[in-house]
Design a protein around this ligand. Sequence first.
Ligand code: PLP
Length: 395
Amino acid sequence: MSEEQAKKGIATQLVEAGRRREWTAGIVNTPVYRASTILFDDVAALRAAAPRDGTLYYGRSGTPTTWSLAEALTELEPGAYGTRLFPSGVAAVSTALLSVLQPGDELLMVDSAYEPTRIFCNGVLKRFGVSTRYYDPLVGRGIAELIGEKTRAIFLESPGSLTFEVQDVPGICGVARERGIATLIDNTWATPVFFPAIQAGVDLSILSCTKYIVGHSDVMIGSVTTTQKRWMRLEQTSRGLGQCASPDDAYLAGRGLRTLGVRLRQHEEAALRIAGWLKDQPQVADVLHPALPECPGHEYWARDFRGASGLFSFVLRGGDDDDRTRFIDGLAHFGIGYSWGGYESLVLPVDPEQIRSLPTPERAGPMVRLHIGLEDPDDLIADLAKGLAAYGLKG
Ligand SMILES: Cc1ncc(COP(=O)(O)O)c(C=O)c1O
C-alpha cells in the first residue's frame, strides 16, 4: 500500500479501493469479467505467461473482477501484503490452515470457534496427521503455557461464535510471534473496518465475505489476507487446491464493500439499542454482546475494536427448548435461518455447550442468537417485547 493510500480514512478506502482504471475502463464498478480460456496472440505469448494475480492466464487465476476485490480487501488491512479469494468462508478457513500446517504439527484452536471450523480440524486435519488442542478464548498471554514442541499455529476467532468472548489478540499474537508460530483469525464479525487484524499482529486474517462484505444474503464467498511472510504458502496452497471465487460473486462482494461502512454503523447502533433494552427485561438473564461490560473479554473489545457489528446472543431466564421454540416461531420481523450480515434480521436457537471441548458456564435458560438488520429498531423491539411477554406461559 502506498503512503497516500495508508493516510486515507476508512470510508474513503471502502469507496475507492481496488477500482483501478485499467480494470474499470471508467465504469464505476469493476465489471464482471467471466472467463475460463484466455486467448494468447501466439505460442510465444502463451509460453511467456504464468499464473499470477493481475495477469490474464486462465479463469481459475482470476480476472479484473476478482483482483479488484482482493486488492480492496488488502488495502483495508494496514500491514497486509495480499488477499486470496475462496468460494466460501469455510474454504478460506480450511485453506488458510493447510497453508501453515503439516503432518506432525499441533494446532491451538479457540474453543469458541465456528462449528464447521472445528469439524475441519477434528476430521480432515486429523486425517492428515495434524492434532488440534482447544483453548479457552480468555487465555490471553497465558497461551504461552499451552505452546508445545509441535505447536505451529494458533487460530483465533474474536468475538467467538455464539458466546461472543473477545480475545486478547495482540497479547496472543505477541507470544506467537516470539516463538515463530503462525496466527490466524476469523475476523468475520468485526471485518477490517472495526478490527484491522494484521495491524494487531495476526498473520492471516480470514473473512466469510458471505456476511457483511456482501451484505445482502445472496452470495457465498470468502477471503484470506496475509502478511508478506505467509503469502507464498497461502498462494501455493490455494492454487494447488484449485480454490477460486466466481467473478459474479466477487462483483457482488465488491459492490457490497462500498456501503459496508454505513451498513455496519447502522447494524451497530440498532444492535446496541436492542441489546441494552433486552438487558432490562425480566425474562432475560444475560446479554452476550462485546460492547456490554458484562461480556467476557469486553475490556479487549474496548481497547482494540473501532465498533461492534449486529450479531449477539442472549440467555432467556428459565424455560426449556419448547418455550424457546415458541418464542422464536412467534417473532414476525426475524427470519429463522443460518448466516448473518445481511440487511435483514435473523434469529436462531443456539446451544454452544453441545459443541465445546472445555466446560461452559451454567446458564439460567436457553440461548438465542440475533442478527440485527437494517429495519426500524422500534419494530424489532416491539416484536421481541411481544414474544417475551408470552415467554414461559405454556400454551
Ligand atoms: C464466524 C464464521 N466464520 C465463518 C463462517 C463460514 O462462512 P461461509 O458460510 O461463507 O462458508 C461463518 C458462517 O456462518 C461464520 O459465522
